[in-house]
Design a protein around this ligand. Structure first.
Ligand SMILES: [Zn+2]
Length: 308
């Protein structure tokens, strides 16, 4: 049986929010099967906000979830880390309106989960969202699509009129270890001109070279340079994973994004969920069912990620 998973034990961390600049503390706690991922605002009477596409309330600069007027923002890197590690169920407590940005990637979340013992299987079959029909959304020359595939496959392309970025494409099939190996370390990025304008407008208050790649006209300002030559597009894949994880289940389908971002991803998940024939929720309790479906399902049997 492909089992649902949760974190093995309490995960704890803190840091400043990219946009608010405020210090926030978060805890990830094990949750029973079929809970999904749920945020809890401990500074607001433990108000619960499900990490689900139906609760996306803002996609400018980051993905913000909200319910009854209480929000939690910049959720995408933590959600991507949990999704990439095969976690189906967890409570995520946070004592403010924004998750810490940490180093601007998903790797610190992966490390904290690993240090706390990794993940554990639960006695309930994993529910997969299998894409059955293509769904495309677009805005000018930007577009994003989900389509049927034998595994969760992602392809992103970005284009910036800048010598360091230009056009970059990245494609991967998400296996048990693919997220940690190829995606988790890619940091968010910004152009120095935009960052300065955002600072003047009171945005990205916590943004610095410690939590973002900053590019000026000719070079990367971060003293240690890039973590991957194509770190920019890999981070776009990271963001896509975090945003698509809000569908609420591991995905068996192909994602293609061209100059896409949080806003289009929110449109894409809504469009898919609005078309019941475009997807199916499937459980696979026996190996024969997996073979019969001709799908490559991630196994997530690594537990504490010892093999990574
Ligand atoms: Zn991001």
């Amino acid at each position: 049986m492909l089992s649902q998973r949760t974190v093995k034990s309490l995960v704890h961390g803190q840091g400043i929010g990219l946009h608010s600049g405020e210090l926030a503390t978060f805890r990830i706690l094990p949750a029973p099967p079929d809970t999904g991922l749920r945020f809890i605002r401990t500074d607001h009477q433990d108000h619960e906000i499900p990490a689900h596409a139906a609760f996306v309330v803002d996609t400018r600069l980051a993905t913000t979830l909200g319910k009854d007027g209480i929000t939690v923002s910049t959720v995408e890197h933590l959600i991507a880390a949990l999704f990439g590690l095969g976690v189906d169920n967890a409570y995520i407590e946070v004592d403010g309106p924004e998750l810490p940005i940490l180093d601007g990637s998903a790797q610190p979340f992966v490390d904290l989960i690993r240090e706390a013992g990794g993940t554990v299987a639960q006695r309930r079959p994993k529910k997969f969202l299998v894409v059955r029909r293509p769904v495309t959304v677009g805005d000018g020359d930007k577009w994003a699509r989900l389509e049927p595939a034998t595994c969760f496959r992602l392809k992103a392309t970005i284009e910036f009129n800048h010598p360091l970025v230009n056009r970059q494409s990245y494609e991967l099939s998400l296996s048990d270890t693919g997220f940690v190996r190829h995606i988790a370390r890619a940091r968010t990025f910004g152009f120095a001109k935009d960052v300065e304008a955002m600072h003047r407008a009171g945005l990205a208050r916590g943004g610095s070279l410690d939590n973002a790649v900053v590019i000026d006209d000719y070079s990367v300002r971060n003293p240690d340079g890039l973590r991957f030559p194509d770190e920019f597009v890999r981070h776009k894949v990271l963001d896509a994973i975090g945003d698509l994880a809000l569908l609420g289940a591991p995905i068996i389908g192909g994602y293609v994004g061209h100059k896409s971002g949080h806003a289009l991803h929110a449109q894409l998940t809504s469009a898919l969920l609005a078309q019941p024939r475009a997807y199916e929720i499937c459980e696979f309790t026996h190996r024969k069912e997996v073979e019969g479906a001709q799908l490559e399902l991630p196994q997530f049997r690594l537990g504490g990620l010892a093999a990574l």
